[in-house]
Design a protein around this ligand. Structure first.
Ligand SMILES: [Fe+2]
Length: 317
């Protein structure tokens, strides 16, 4: 509705004692007007008035998003436990916080060494998924193409967690490792020159080969940092392998590809097909699965694709 310069913030997650000092805007008809400047703190009385007037969202400048996301990440347990915030809004906030984490590690890879931060976010995602009848709808973040990579990473992690939780009897620790692998599956993209990632023309073979290195480079980077499990590492290293042996980097075939990586591959393609991109409209879930069952019948395990379909299509919405 408004241009990309503003982002909504749910008023229920504004805590006057801790919320960062940023300018807040309010909707007035089809416009946004300044509600409070950055140097005036928001008070409990303000929030009560907003609540009485049934104002659910205020808006921030897009430039304040990182500061606000850092605050949300610190408060995410309280937000998820709050009775005042609805399930879908919690999902959107969680998705935003997880995206902020991925943005951080893409921009500052040294932040990858804080594995606890990633583990905590995956734990929150798992709890959210377990406690909500339609978690994917809220976790399929509003994909705006600037943030596609980050939103896609969170979407893949959510899909993979949901499928692993429903289909395989994994321990909580193993599920966390699956989620970490999902969130970081494309982390090797930080080694691909941005001129190639941003290129809109057809890629040369040389450029395409550089992109294809992201799986192995991501794996090497996480392995060198240490602390990542075999499950997480496998998702990162092998998510472009295909069961017909035509994937990369090693052309593994069939069950030579670890199961987590096979599931991550299915989630990766499904997420790409069901997201809006500048050059194509998102497909519906059933349409994407039908395509994957047809064109993709040699590239995905039919057994896993069947299980994926059962889980995804049985989720309401
Ligand atoms: Fe990838």
């Amino acid at each position: 509705m408004f241009d990309e310069k503003y982002r909504p913030v749910h008023t229920a997650c504004i805590n006057p004692e801790k919320f960062p000092q940023v300018a807040l805007y309010m909707q007035s008809g089809t416009n946004l007007v300044l509600y409070k400047p950055a140097d005036r703190p928001i008070t409990r009385a303000d929030l009560q008035r907003l609540h009485n007037n049934q104002v659910e969202h205020l808006y921030i400048n897009a430039g304040s998003i990182r500061e606000v996301c850092d605050f949300l990440e610190e408060s995410i347990s309280e937000i998820l436990a709050s009775d005042e915030i609805s399930g879908p809004v919690k999902g959107q906030l969680l998705s935003q916080v997880a995206m902020n984490y991925v943005m951080d590690v893409f921009e500052m890879p040294d932040k990858l060494s804080n594995l606890d931060r990633c583990r905590n976010l995956v734990r929150q995602l798992m709890q959210y998924i377990a406690g909500n009848p339609n978690p994917l709808e809220a976790l399929h973040a509003v994909v705006n193409h600037d943030f596609y990579t980050f939103a896609h990473s969170v979407h893949v992690a959510s899909l993979s967690l949901l499928v692993h939780a429903e289909v395989f009897g994994l321990t909580a620790d193993e599920l966390e490792d699956v989620g970490i692998g999902g969130i970081l599956h494309d982390v090797g993209m930080i080694f691909v020159p941005s001129a190639i990632l941003e290129k809109t023309d057809i890629l040369t073979n040389f450029e395409y080969n550089l992109i294809k290195k992201h799986a192995e480079r991501g794996y090497e980077c996480l392995r060198e940092l240490g602390g990542f499990s075999e499950i997480s590492l496998a998702a990162v290293r092998y998510h472009h392998e295909r069961i017909n042996g035509e994937g990369y980097p090693f052309q593994l075939a069939g069950d030579e590809i670890p199961r987590t990586a096979q599931v991550t591959a299915i989630c990766d393609v499904f997420s790409a097909l069901t997201s809006n991109r500048p050059y194509k409209k998102a497909m519906g879930r059933s349409e994407a699965i039908t395509l994957m069952e047809g064109v993709g019948k040699d590239v995905f395990s039919p057994r896993l694709l069947e299980k994926f379909k059962d889980v995804i299509l049985s989720e309401g919405s």
